[in-house]
Ligand binder design. Structure first.
Ligand code: UT7
Length: 325
């Protein structure tokens, strides 16, 4: 355990097609005003047929590698957080690693839904510090449009597609704080696939499985319980809100972000990621996409401290403080 770990570079891929609320309101009997007021979303990115979980990941990963200034051949492990890689096996990570030219890096997927990217950063940090890997590529990717029912009022306006990536490597200073994570399996039913695959095969006339969400119950859980987890992550990092430069929560709903910011009593100068407005909720991809936008727009600078928190199906959650590359 001789080194510290930090994020060395962040990359993103946003699907080309932007779908405004006006395009979906009729089929879910909704309105632009309702969607904006309840979620903060004005438009979302939806992938086309050629924008796959694999291709979006490769684009985001190459961007992250370029920002980190290292080659794919220096990557020792590829960790992919996703729930929308539709092939049970092999892992998306192995296919992505091959396309990047990172072979024979260790490659595996993490199924922790919206918390997956923060789980991946925690694993990568420990792998680098434990010297089982020199550099780890962590990708959060989703093509949720493949597993969302387009006429479901509770999910069709919220979920979207995209990929974000980060390269984690050795550092002289600590750049990733101890993770605070967990899962409340008792509430696993709140966000889930409608039917399990064995049920689909047993009754072939069943519909394609989709995500279903008990939105208001998840909303209450996220708004109250997650602010406490964020406070625990700050304590684990031995920091207070006054030491923070940015707050980058999972882009679940703008109202959840606002509720957490209020409870945390974030100082006015702390930048809050609000990527959801034009990107939608991309589950595992949302935190790296939001971080990438803040870096890209110059809203954060290298060395800034950002509090990450992500939460969702499981109900799994994870939070940590990272140094912006
Ligand atoms: O990423 C993983 C974690 N996910 C989250 O954190 C998401 C958490 N949940 C949410 O973001 C919110 O629950 C939603 C944005 C999904 C929904 O907002 P809400 O304020 O919780 O709405 P609701 O389900 O409580 O419904 C309120 C009203 C109902 O009408 P009444 O009973 O008050 O007359 C619904 O029938 O809004 C109605 N409604 C809609 N109206 C227009 C529900 N869905 C829609 C819709 N358009 N799409």
């Amino acid at each position: 355990m001789s080194t510290h770990a930090r994020i060395l570079g962040v990359g993103a891929y946003r699907p080309i097609r932007s779908v405004p609320n006006s395009e979906i309101v009729d089929r879910i009997d909704s309105s632009d005003d309702w969607i904006k007021t309840r979620s903060g979303i004005t438009s979302r990115r939806i992938a086309g047929p050629d924008e796959t979980v694999i291709s979006m990941s490769v684009e985001a990963a190459n961007d992250a590698l370029e920002h980190a200034g290292i080659g794919a051949d220096q990557i020792d492990a590829v960790v992919v957080a996703t729930v929308s890689h539709l092939m049970q096996t092999p892992a998306a990570a192995a296919m992505i690693s091959h396309q990047l030219g990172a072979t024979p890096a260790a490659a595996f997927d993490v199924s922790a839904a919206c918390a997956g990217f923060c789980y991946g950063i925690a694993l990568a940090s420990d792998m680098v510090k434990g010297e089982s890997a020199g550099h780890v590529l962590v990708i959060g990717v989703e093509k949720l449009s493949d597993i969302t029912n387009p006429v479901d009022r509770g999910t069709a306006f919220i979920f979207a597609d995209g990929a974000g990536a980060a390269v984690v490597g050795p550092s002289e200073e600590p750049g990733i704080s101890p993770v605070v994570w967990g899962a409340d399996g008792e509430q696993y039913d709140l966000i889930r696939q409608t039917v399990a695959w064995d049920d689909v095969f047993a009754t072939p006339d069943k519909e394609w499985p989709a995500l279903q969400m008990q939105g208001s119950a998840v909303f209450r859980w996220a708004s109250f319980a997650m602010a406490k987890v964020a406070q625990q992550a700050l304590a684990a990092a031995e920091l207070s809100v006054d030491d923070l430069d940015a707050f980058i929560p999972h882009q679940a709903n703008m109202r959840i972000t606002d509720a957490m910011a209020r409870t945390l009593k974030l100082p006015e100068r702390v930048v809050i990621a609000r990527d959801i407005a034009e990107q939608g909720n991309t589950s595992a991809a949302s935190v790296p996409l939001a971080m990438h936008r803040l870096i890209d727009e110059g809203q954060v600078k290298p060395g800034d401290k950002a509090l990450l928190i992500a939460f969702g199906a499981g109900l799994a959650y994870a939070a940590q403080v990272v140094t912006i590359p």
